[in-house]
Design a protein around this ligand. Structure first.
Ligand code: BDR
Ligand code: CA
Length: 321
């Protein structure tokens, strides 16, 4: 039976691959997509999300989420890595362009804001549902603040975010958690069953140029667009954040969706105690308790990922579609 999920995205190149994977996989029943500010402002992440949904002809409602983090902007914080343009061979390449290279959307968002949708849907859900936030956790934190009892109808939260040995926003923090650290902390303490798909896993489960060729060989609109996005990410990774293998890229958010379908795409998943740093240089840090006698277990964390399984899964999913 397919797994009911709600995606929460800040689309975004890797979010776009994640959305396509969720729409195309027969193992996923995509109930709804919520949008949030993150990679771009919420107007752009919402427009990009609608473009993907409409291009794929999917019948999935999109709920627009919040434009700002819960409290972060009220106090000055440690600045993130400057997301300047990457110039390669005289050409500007960004890991996330403002708008995805798809026709402008004509479909519209739902009237209900994303956080209110979570509350309404989860209060009345016939069965617990899996949530897959792959952007900042603001919508979900807000929903849990509105009604903490909705946690009863959350089967699991599979979060793309955090990092133990790898960071990308500040020396200590991954972008999604850093972008709204209080929201992440609120979700973490909700009591829900949480699996983190952090940078440690997404950087290990890289995609290569050969994987892009495999996607191109499928030769559908979706597989070619996915290959375009992954190639764009490879150019930027190679220039600014090289992985263990040359000409490869992390496609973070799609790995989280694949982990819902088959958790063996992650490696070394352990139950841990985690806290989230909220200030100074620890802002947005996912602090996995390394002590011999750690605090109480409050989540699972993937310390590694499987690049071969990830590429095979994407190729299977895009082929079957
Ligand atoms: C995360 O940050 C965003 O830029 C990506 O879409 C991904 O969700 C990786 O740190
Ligand atoms: Ca994202």
């Amino acid at each position: 039976m397919s797994e009911k999920i709600i995606l929460d995205v800040d689309t975004g190149s890797d979010d776009a691959v994640a959305i396509m994977t969720a729409i195309l996989s027969p193992d996923i029943d995509l109930v709804a997509i919520c949008t949030v500010a993150g990679n771009k402002d919420v107007e752009k992440t919402t427009e990009n999300t609608l473009r993907v949904v409409e291009t794929l002809g999917a019948d999935v409602p999109v709920y627009k989420g919040v434009a700002r983090p819960l409290v972060k902007e009220l106090t000055p914080r440690v600045p993130a890595t400057h997301r300047s343009n990457t110039v390669v061979d005289g050409r500007i390449v960004n890991v996330h362009e403002d708008y995805l290279d798809l026709p402008p959307a004509t479909i519209k968002v739902q009237d209900t804001p994303a956080a209110a949708f979570y509350v309404d849907y989860l209060r009345g859900a016939p069965e617990p549902v899996t949530l897959v936030p792959v952007g900042p956790l603001t919508n979900l934190a807000l929903a849990l603040l509105m009604d903490a009892s909705i946690v009863r109808n959350i089967k699991r939260i599979v979060i793309m975010g955090g990092g133990r040995e790898v960071a990308n926003a500040t020396p200590a923090a991954e972008f999604n958690v850093w972008a709204d650290a209080e929201a992440a902390a609120w979700v973490l303490q909700s009591g829900a069953d949480i699996l983190w798909v952090p940078l440690d896993a997404t950087h290990a489960a890289y995609l290569t140029k050969d994987d892009c060729e495999r996607l191109r060989a499928i030769n559908t609109l979706e597989s070619n667009f996915a290959a375009d996005l992954v190639e764009q990410r490879i150019v930027v990774h190679d220039a600014r954040q090289p992985l263990s293998v040359r000409f490869s890229a992390a496609v973070h958010d799609a790995l989280a969706v694949c982990a819902v379908i088959d958790e063996s795409v992650l490696r070394d998943v352990r139950c841990v105690h985690m806290d989230i740093g909220l200030s100074d240089y620890a802002e947005g840090q996912t602090i996995v308790d390394p002590r011999h006698e750690p605090g109480p277990i409050n989540c699972s964390f993937a310390f590694d990922g499987d690049p071969v399984r990830f590429a095979d899964m994407l190729c299977e999913i895009f082929t079957r579609a």
